[in-house]
Design a binder for this molecule. Structure first.
Ligand SMILES: [Zn+2]
Length: 345
C-alpha cells in the first residue's frame, strides 16, 4: 500500500504539472492535488492498520487509489481560474472516476476479497469527489451557494456512517461480553466454555481432570499463570495439528512455528517460512483458527494477496468471508481477554 501511495503521489504531481501546459492553472495546482491525495492515503493507511485483520490491500483497493488520485486532480482545481478548459477537465476526470467506480467493487467480489474497509475507502473517495465538484460548480458560477449543501449533506451522511460503527464499538464495551469470555469459573477452548477447578498444590500445573480443567497452584496468582501457560500450549497443539493437515494438502512445509501474544495480526508468515500465530486463536471456534492457519500456510506458496492466493485459501477452508467477519467482529474481545486478572471463580 505504501508503494501504491508513493506511485500515486508521483503520478498526480507529474500529471498535474503536465496539465499546466494545456490548462490555465497556477503553479500550486500540482502541490494542491498531491496534498489532497496524501491526506486521503494517510486516512486510508490509518484505517488499514486499525481495522484490517491482515495486511491485505487488494487490486480493488488499488483501483480505489487510482480513483482517489483522479479525485485529487479534480479537487486541486479549486481556487484555479474558472475557465472553460478547467471545467471541461473537471468533467472529464469525473466521468473516468464514475466509470472506475463500477469496476473496483466488481474486482473485489471477483477476487473474493471484498471487505468492509474497501467499501468504506470507496465511499470516502466518492464523498470527496462530490464535495470537490460542488465547490467547483459554485466557483465556476454554475450554481448558487446552495450547491455546497449537497456536497456537505453527502458528507454528513458518510460521517454518520463512520460514526455509527464507532458508537457501536463504544457500546459493546459496556455490554456484557458477547462471547461470554468473562464468565467466572470457566476457561475457553475452541469457542466453548470449559469448567475450571482450582486445587491448592505446592507445584503449579494445569491439565484435564474429569471433564474440567484443573489448575494446581499454591495461590490464585499461580493458578492464573498456569491457565495462561495452558492456553499457550493448547494453542500450539491445535495450530500445529491444523498446519500439518493444511500444509500437506498443498504440499508445503513451514520452517518453524511461533505462538505469541501478537496484537496486530492473528497470524503472519515470514519470507523465511516461519509461521507466527496469536495464542488467542484457541479461544475462537476451530473454523476460525483453521482459516488463519490456512491463510498463513497459503502464504508459503503465495507471499502476496493476489486473487491466486485467495483461491488457494478457498481450496483449504470453507467460508473464508464468514471467518474474516467473525474475526473483525470479535477480535477485540479475544484481545481483551486476560487470563491473569480474570475471575477464576
Ligand atoms: Zn496475508
Amino acid at each position: 500500500m505504501a508503494l501504491g501511495s508513493v506511485l500515486g503521489l508521483i503520478g498526480v504531481a507529474l500529471f498535474a504539472t503536465a496539465a499546466r501546459t494545456v490548462l490555465p492553472v497556477g503553479e500550486w495546482y500540482a502541490v494542491k492535488s498531491a496534498a489532497i491525495l496524501a491526506l486521503v492515503m494517510i486516512v486510508a493507511a490509518f484505517r488499514v492498520s486499525a481495522h484490517h485483520p491482515f495486511d491485505r490491500f487488494g487490486t480493488a483497493n488499488l483501483m480505489t487509489t487510482v480513483r482517489a488520485a483522479l479525485v485529487a486532480l479534480a479537487g486541486g482545481l479549486i481556487g484555479e481560474p474558472a475557465a472553460a478548459p478547467v471545467a471541461a477537465f473537471a468533467v472529464g476526470v469525473t466521468a473516468i472516476v464514475v466509470v472506475l467506480d463500477g469496476t473496483d467493487g466488481w474486482l473485489a467480489r471477483r477476487g473474493g476479497i471484498s471487505s468492509a474497509f474497501g467499501a468504506r475507502f470507496d465511499m470516502e473517495v466518492d464523498a470527496l469527489l462530490i464535495m470537490a465538484l460542488a465547490i467547483l460548480v459554485w466557483l465556476h458560477g454554475k450554481a448558487a451557494g446552495w450547491v455546497l449543501l449537497s456536497g456537505l449533506l453527502r458528507y454528513a451522511f458518510v460521517a454518520a456512517g463512520w460514526l455509527a460503527p464507532w458508537l457501536e464499538r463504544a457500546l459493546a464495551r459496556q455490554q456484557p461480553e458477547a462471547l461470554g469470555l468473562a464468565r467466572p469459573g470457566f476457561a475457553w477452548h475452541g469457542g466453548e466454555a470449559i469448567e475450571l477447578r482450582i486445587v491448592e498444590a505446592r507445584r503449579t500445573s494445569a491439565g484435564w481432570n474429569a471433564g474440567a480443567l484443573e489448575l494446581r497452584a499454591p495461590d490464585r496468582v499461580g493458578a492464573a499463570s498456569a491457565l495462561e501457560r495452558w492456553y499457550r500450549s493448547s494453542a500450539r497443539d491445535a495450530i500445529a495439528a491444523s498446519i500439518e493437515r493444511q500444509a500437506e494438502a498443498i504440499g508445503v512445509e513451514p520452517k518453524a512455528l511461533a505462538v505469541r501474544d501478537q496484537r496486530t495480526r492473528w497470524g503472519s508468515c515470514s519470507s523465511r517460512g516461519t509461521l507466527s500465530f496469536s495464542w488467542r486463536l484457541i479461544l475462537a471456534p476451530p473454523a476460525i483458527l483453521d482459516y488463519v492457519v490456512a491463510h498463513e500456510v497459503a502464504h508459503l506458496r503465495e507471499l502476496n494477496h493476489r486473487p491466486r492466493f485467495w483461491r488457494l485459501v478457498d481450496t483449504l477452508v470453507p467460508d473464508v468471508d464468514k471467518s474474516m467477519r467473525w474475526l473483525s467482529e470479535n477480535g477485540t474481545l479475544l484481545h481483551r481477554y486476560a487470563p491473569r486478572n480474570r475471575p477464576l471463580g
